[in-house]
Design a protein around this ligand. Sequence first.
Ligand SMILES: [Fe+2]
Ligand SMILES: [Fe+2]
Length: 482
Amino acid sequence: MNIAAVDYDGLIPNNVGLGQDVRVKRALEKWHPGYINWWKDMGPEGFQESLVYLRTAVSVDPKGWAKFDYVRMPEYRWGVLLAPQHEGRKIPFGTHKGEDAWQEVPGEYRAMLRRLVVIQGDTEPASVEQQRHLGKTAPSLYDMRNLFQVNVEEGRHLWAMVYLLQKYFGTDGREEAEALLERRSGDPDTPRMLGAFNEKTPDWLSFFMFTYFTDRDGKMQLEALAQSGFDPLSRTCRFMLTEEAHHMFVGETGVTRVVQRTCEAMKQAGIDDPYDIARVRKLGVIDLPTIQKKANLHFSLTLDLFGNEISTNAANAFHAGLKGRFREDRLKDDHQLESGTYPVLRLIDGQIKNEDAPALSALNMRLRDDYVADCNVGVGRWNKVIADLGIPFEIKLPHVAFHRHIGEFSRTNVDVDGNILSPAEWTERRTAYLPSESDKDFIESLMQPQFQPAKFASWIAPPKVGIDNKPGDFEYVKIADA
Ligand SMILES: [Fe+2]
Ligand SMILES: [Fe+2]
């Protein structure tokens, strides 16, 4: 028997032997109708009956686990899929380093572990809620399909976390699983747990920036949790990472195609100056300075997800062996960090300075630094497109202290280069760094749906290749009449 294969016979596809685990199977079947109601209420608006060309996991084998087919989203086979167990796996870091990985929740860390699972779980339905209106303005059927693929997989990530809650956390796990369906992104009374997941995703450039920057935070968190000494969490996150890669592909290539289209249109019209914004916008494309502002916004909102510069929670989770560092297994040190230090940017006497902090307390910043480095790789690719088309412009990530709402820098105003501004200067320059109302209006004016196969809205270039190697005129979504 292939242990990587997924059992599709029951209501809930799985590779965790749910058929033999009656208690958990019942608990999940009981949770299922609430999930479907949530999906119909808060999932993609207006396209629940449409046939979408989606991939579904049929195996957790790293090679080719996806099967593509047309499916109505509410009938998507959401399931519980864990990466294969590594026989004899040890806890890779913290005070229990070298002991056998836990197959059951260690009693002393139960509350901390549940909190980690709930926080991760809460982000998954949140992004579906944030993106629910975007189908109606999709710039192509190709993009619409990618949006829906991301959405159903975020739904599956919720299932992944709910499985852990139901299987390992008893009554409180069940209550947390219910609460995950009750909170709503942006709702003042019952908001999602983290700030960036209560922001709006009002247009497609925001969607691409969100999947580039914010899903990448998801990747970093999953990488850190994939190291966990609690083996079921590690295995869950390892499989989620294979899905997450697609979300970041959607973001990176989405922005690339926007940038490419802008530069091509400028070239064709003989416009060399990227700051000649009025003329560029007349071409029906998004000017590069506005793309930069959107990047500034989404990057800074996402940095807040890494939490405080100095964090005892992060230290405790590492010490306990629950949440590691980015690719802990490839790092060469003692994996306990009881003595080392790590340089952290801080606000000291009104100035931004590097200060050595105990390595354990600085783990949030270490993960954030790894994140920034990861972000810069794709930004470099965007800049190559711009340079190849001969436009003098470079997209740059803003300083990490810019536009922050969490941590030390939330107490001050900082420009994109890291200079501290007075409140008056900030108010005056804010719209030079972040999208203004008129920028938002302009982008919104471009969000005209393009639902013909092979056609794309004016502001975005077609992709280089189709999904599942489909030809350019493939009908990725068969839209049902409302
Ligand atoms: Fe996710
Ligand atoms: Fe994601």
